[in-house]
Each structure stands twice: as C-alpha cells, then as structure tokens.
Ligand binder design. Structure first.
Ligand SMILES: [Zn+2]
Length: 177
C-alpha cells in the first residue's frame, strides 16, 4: 500500500470518462496557448489557480518557479518544434509565477545552504540565487532571463506573475514586450 493507491482508484474513474478525448491534437500546442512555469509547492497548482483543464497548458515546475538551464532548454526545444512543425499555429504565452512564503527562501539560510552544498555537486552561490524572498523582484529577473536567451523564440510572449498565497491573487509584474 502506498499513498498512490487512492490516486490510482481516481485514475480508473478518470479513464472511464471521455475527458481524455478532448486533448490537443498537437502535443506541444496546448488548447489555451499557454505555458506556465511555477513552483513545485502544492499550494500553487496552476490548474486550480487559473482554472485549467486537461490539455489547456504546458506546465513546468521547479523549486521557486525559477528559470533554470533545464527550463531554458525545454523552452528552446518547444520553440524549435513550433518553428519547424507548426509555423502557422498561434504562438503561446509563457507565464512565470513566483509566490509568497516560498520554501525556496530557505536557500537564503546560510547554514542550511552551506550544509546542503557541502553534500557535493551543488554550487553554493548558485543555490543562494534561487531564493524567492520578494516574488515581484525575482519573477521580473527571470522574465529578463528568458527574454535574453537566444534560443527562445521572440514570438513567445512572456509574463511575470507574483502570486499571494493569502489573497489568492496573481498580480502581473512584467507584461510582454
Ligand atoms: Zn515555492
């Protein structure tokens, strides 16, 4: 028995419905033309925050919703696919979401960060830069990071959002150019 037993029962019920028949016809072009990067924190589930259904959005999640090299590589790959496979399809909006009370803020704890980095393979300065203490500031920085990355298509519109856990409001910090 695992914590997934209940989830697998839910999956059996899902498989019996026709919801899966309404998925996008093209795997990298979501129904709502949206790509969302947010934190792995279970309190910031984009389906709940933004009312998304199956197939509506591409969702990527990292600690803090930070733009990492892996995130940039994925964006470059999706940009490339869009250019070569569906040049006439509508281009999508990318929203980067950072939030209040983020666990990534613990990267700013010198002792925690140092001891973790000492386990090997982690760069302490890089870890320190991942802390989300002021969501509006870090999300603006990550939007700039995406916009300056050469392999992400300029046709992708990038928005930065700061989400407040207490109010449930996602405020627009950075709008597309
Ligand atoms: Zn978080």
């Amino acid at each position: 028995m695992t914590n997934f037993d209940e989830l697998l029962r839910n999956n059996a019920r899902f498989a019996a419905t026709d919801v899966k028949d309404h998925q996008p016809a093209i795997p990298f072009v979501p129904n709502q033309q949206t790509y969302i990067l947010t934190c792995i924190d279970p309190r910031v589930d984009p389906a709940q925050l933004f009312g998304l259904d199956l197939g509506d959005a591409i969702v990527a999640r990292t600690v803090g919703g930070r733009v990492t090299p892996a995130v940039l590589r994925d964006l470059a790959w999706i940009s490339y696919l869009h250019e070569v496979k569906t040049p006439d399809a509508e281009w999508f909006d990318l929203a980067i979401v950072h939030h209040t009370d983020c666990g990534s803020g613990l990267f700013a704890d010198d002792r925690l960060r140092r001891d973790f980095a000492a386990r090997g393979g982690f760069d302490e300065a890089e870890l320190a830069g991942l802390a989300v203490l002021d969501p509006a500031a870090t999300v603006a920085a990550d939007v700039r990071k995406v916009l300056s990355y050469p392999h992400v298509s300029p046709r992708i519109r990038v928005t930065g959002l700061a989400y407040d856990l207490k109010t449930g409001v996602a405020e627009v910090i950075a709008s597309p150019r």
